[in-house]
Design a protein around this ligand. Structure first.
Ligand code: FAD
Length: 406
């Protein structure tokens, strides 16, 4: 591999790797369900591992194989373990891998889509070097410790404390809805370091080891049947100052980096890149049910296709802006809202064409597999900024409407 490798040479190398390590995907892909936990951007296909432990082990094994072959962090800097190639190489590899049966990678969505960019932007160089490659290799699973029982939409109301003690900080408090906290990885946490400033200026961000003494993780069961998110209690948890992200008192800016990347990865359906896209799966299902000649069904499908294409173009525009060095902007909020609306419309469509087969597992292809999608979608309306909050942001920052009363 060389930093100047052409995309054609890269493609050849990637196909050789994939041919050697994964079977090609069959013509008909099956339905898809929402992730075992709350990972509303992930796909679990029919025939996937039955338990979360098996799925995580399979995901880690594939991430390690891919990383060791040079395809795990294609655009990462070589001095930190990346392959030093460009965005075109990433796109080429993703589109190739989508043709093969590989284990679902959505468990890494938070780590790679939100925490890794935050580390890259705000951690010390030695800390970034220590964590970024393990995150891309699947050795580490990351979580985002922002929400608290009294601080969700109004994140700046958070009260988890961090108090400096020499070269360390001591953390005490409670977080909630923390996806992936139960994998003993690392967490991107925002704490209050200045109790005299009850809002934005008194916050600082850290990277916390989720297996450190004083971290207690309690699972929360949700209606999909999974328990992918948790309550996290922190009692006297010690974090080295080297693991601070950004300057003391500037945690709000760090939180915005994570949140903007979160909106981008939810809105662009990052984890849905596995195999055929959701729209192709809807077409397969529609044909299977024999309703593809029904004009009302065709009309609904056409609307879904239109929004699917428009959202894809918005995602490309947002990605091009970031790649050109632009800052994450309100277009990511537009993308997040558009992605959520698309998911809601998809769930509604699926429920209407399947009827009772949505909930009755009679073993028929492509039917019961969609239940978790329908149960998981309401979560997408909250995670990463609720629809109402995202609409407020779009109203104020894109449309220039008057600010909402504070
Ligand atoms: C699937 C899922 C995964 C999640 N994963 C994580 C995670 O990994 N880490 C993490 O830190 N958090 C996570 N969250 C939490 C998520 O960030 C919060 O649910 C979200 O910020 C909303 O906060 P809240 O639940 O406290 O609701 P609240 O803020 O209490 O809001 C309740 C309702 O009031 C509305 N509302 C609130 N303020 C306004 C306003 N100013 N104007 C109009 N309407 C308003 C909201 O839209 C919402 O409908 C997750 C949530 C979900 C659903």
């Amino acid at each position: 591999m060389s930093p100047t490798e052409t995309t054609e040479a890269f493609r050849e190398r990637a196909v050789a790797f994939l041919d050697a390590h994964a079977p090609l995907r069959p013509e008909r892909s099956g339905g898809f369900t929402w992730g075992e936990g709350d990972d509303f951007v992930g796909i679990v296909e029919e025939g996937d591992p039955a338990t979360e432990e098996e799925a995580v082990a399979a995901a880690r094994a594939w991430a390690a194989t891919r990383f060791d072959a040079g395809f795990g962090w294609i655009d990462g800097p070589t001095d930190q373990g990346g392959a030093g190639l460009g965005a075109d190489h990433v796109r080429t590899y993703r589109s190739l891998e989508a043709r093969y049966e590989v284990p679902d990678q959505s468990i890494f969505t938070i780590g790679l889509g939100m925490v890794a960019p935050t580390i890259a932007a705000h951690a010390r160089d030695d800390v970034a070097t220590a964590y970024l490659a393990p995150l891309h290799r699947g050795d580490l699973i990351a979580c985002q410790l922002f929400s608290e029982p009294g601080a969700g939409s109004d994140l700046a109301a958070l009260s988890t404390r961090a108090v400096r003690d020499g070269d360390e900080w001591v953390l005490d408090g409670q977080k909630v809805w923390t996806s992936n906290a139960h994998h003993d990885g690392i967490g991107d946490i925002i704490c209050r370091t200045d109790p005299d400033d009850p809002k934005h200026a008194g916050m600082t961000a850290f990277l916390v080891d989720m297996s450190a003494p004083g971290v207690e993780v309690r699972p929360l069961r949700q209606m999909t049947g999974g328990a992918g998110f948790n309550e996290v209690f922190l009692t006297g948890v010690r974090v080295p100052d080297s693991h601070r992200l950004g300057a003391v008192g500037e945690g709000w800016g760090v939180a915005l980096t994570t949140l903007m990347n979160e909106r981008a990865s939810i809105g662009s359906g990052m984890g849905l890149a596995r195999g055929p896209g959701p729209f192709e799966r809807l077409v397969e299902l529609t044909r299977h049910l024999g309703v593809d000649r029904d004009p009302v069904v065709r009309d609904r499908l056409a609307r879904l296709h239109t929004t699917h294409v428009v959202n894809g173009l918005t995602a490309k525009r947002a990605a091009a802006n970031l790649q050109a060095g632009g800052l994450p902007g309100p277009e990511l909020s537009v993308l997040k809202l558009a992605g959520t609306l698309q998911l809601l419309a998809t769930a509604d469509y699926v429920a209407s064409v399947l009827g009772p087969a949505l909930c009755a597992d009679n073993g028929e292809w492509g039917t019961f597999a969609w239940t978790k999608l329908v149960c998981g979608v309401p979560g997408a309306r909250l995670g990463g900024g609720s629809d109402e909050i995202v609409r407020n942001i779009i109203g104020e920052r894109v449309l220039g409407l008057p600010r909402e009363p504070r």
